[in-house]
Design a protein around this ligand. Structure first.
Ligand code: ZN
Length: 417
């Protein structure tokens, strides 16, 4: 155990030494009503020019979607807007791709920005158009044969939709730019090696495998004392509030369960590690908050598996719990998921209520032994309400447990009956 802690200590020391000028954050906005579901995830880089460009794009997508909704409200359809992203950054550049899906319709937006020159970059800043064309041509022919009209590639080659990471140069072609038959966005990923380009690799740190062990001593002591237990749960994170939330929990000797989105795990790796160390539990809340009941089986499975994989690869931790995005689940989705599905019985509605005291009251007034409280770690007001929520529940005699502990306790209680 000692060795484990020592190596963790060095791990944090190492992370602390890594030069990083500005800290990227990921914003998640979730909204729903009876007509629509909106899930938008996007990075905030702290570089003004990129952030302004991204927030203006996000805002336009959002306003356009709301406008369309208000213009054609139909009682029997629910529309969905989802925005997901990929992000690559090193000391020289940041490259971001936004993937917007409106119902079935896809749209891609990219931003590649030089940190040294403070300008947006275009493909020609990396490689000549003729090299790009010959590479793209070969790759497309290998993959699609004659399905695509390669003469269209030449006409459309000059795309500003491109991104880069440590392995590939990506070109994006919107639906039907390269083929009338092929309806999806075409992504051409050219290995950097083939372009004789080298981009600095992100640092990979040896990972410490952490097992999500349940502290049976703690569980048993709770049972013996026959205390009332309660589980706080936070959805849609991690976020810029996570650090504060886990500190508040720790200061108050409380724990919670966080249902997190796979697409934010890498950015918030350090705080997630800390959260696990503090005894909190992590659950799977899909990769990018798509509305699952609208997806095909293989897409549902991909949402879950991609999230499990990135959590394991980043933290060496395997979640056993799942909470569906928008709490929306049916028999088919259930059959696609092998994890334990966890909903809630107390909804703070913190997405709706702006008042801290309202959130506090909703969390605490109807609390019972075994209650699961739903909150979101994306709101400042929820964070503000947390100390009082914990205090009131403590005064009422509750002990805070994670969902897995709650399940253990329920099993043990049944056994002891
Ligand atoms: Zn959610």
């Amino acid at each position: 155990m000692k060795i484990k802690f020592m190596s963790l200590f060095f791990f944090f020391l190492f992370i602390g030494c890594t030069p990083k000028l500005k800290e990227t954050k990921i914003e998640t906005i979730i909204e729903e009503n009876s007509h629509y579901k909106i899930g938008m995830n996007y990075p905030i880089t702290q570089y003004k020019k990129i952030d302004r460009a991204i927030s203006s794009y996000i805002n336009t997508c959002y306003q356009d979607f709301l406008k369309e909704q208000s213009e054609n409200i139909s009682l029997d359809t629910v529309e969905e807007l989802n925005i997901d992203y990929t992000l690559y950054e090193n000391e020289d550049l940041i490259s971001i791709t936004l993937f917007k899906t409106k119902n079935e319709e896809e749209e891609i937006q990219t931003y590649t920005y030089s940190l040294k020159k403070n300008v947006f970059l275009s493909p020609e800043d990396f490689v000549s158009l003729s090299t790009l064309y010959s590479m793209a041509n070969t790759l497309l022919f290998e993959r699609f044969g004659n399905v695509l009209d390669l003469s269209l590639l030449k006409e459309n080659l000059h795309t500003n939709l491109f991104s880069i990471d440590h392995e590939y140069f990506y070109l994006y072609y919107p639906p039907s730019t390269l083929s009338k038959k092929y309806k999806d966005t075409i992504i051409i990923d050219i290995p950097l090696k083939k372009l004789n380009m080298q981009v600095e690799k992100t640092i990979n740190v040896n990972q410490e495998i952490m097992e999500a062990e349940i502290d049976l001593e703690k569980v048993n002591s709770i049972i013996e004392m026959n205390k009332k237990v309660i589980a706080l749960t936070f959805d849609d994170g991690p976020s810029s509030h996570t650090e504060d939330i886990i500190s508040i929990l720790k200061e108050n000797e409380a724990v919670a369960t966080f249902f997190i989105l796979g697409n934010k795990v890498k950015t918030y790796e350090n705080v997630l590690r800390k959260s696990l160390e503090y005894g909190n539990e992590l659950g799977n809340h899909t990769f990018n908050h798509k509305w699952l009941t609208k997806l095909k089986d293989e897409e549902i499975k991909k949402q879950i598996e991609d999230t499990q994989n990135i959590i394991y690869e980043t933290l060496g931790y395997t979640p056993v719990l799942f909470r569906p995005s928008y709490g929306s689940i049916n028999k088919r989705v259930r059959e696609d998921i092998s994890l334990d599905v966890v909903l809630w019985n107390i909804d703070t509605m913190d997405w709706k209520y702006k008042s801290v005291s309202k959130i506090r009251d909703r969390a605490t007034l109807n609390a019972e032994d075994g209650s699961i409280i739903l909150m979101h770690e994306t709101y400042e007001r929820t964070k503000k309400a947390l100390p009082e929520i914990i205090q009131i529940l403590k005064e009422k005699g509750f002990v805070f447990v994670t969902i897995s502990e709650l399940k253990q306790i329920e099993t043990l209680r049944k056994y002891n009956e």
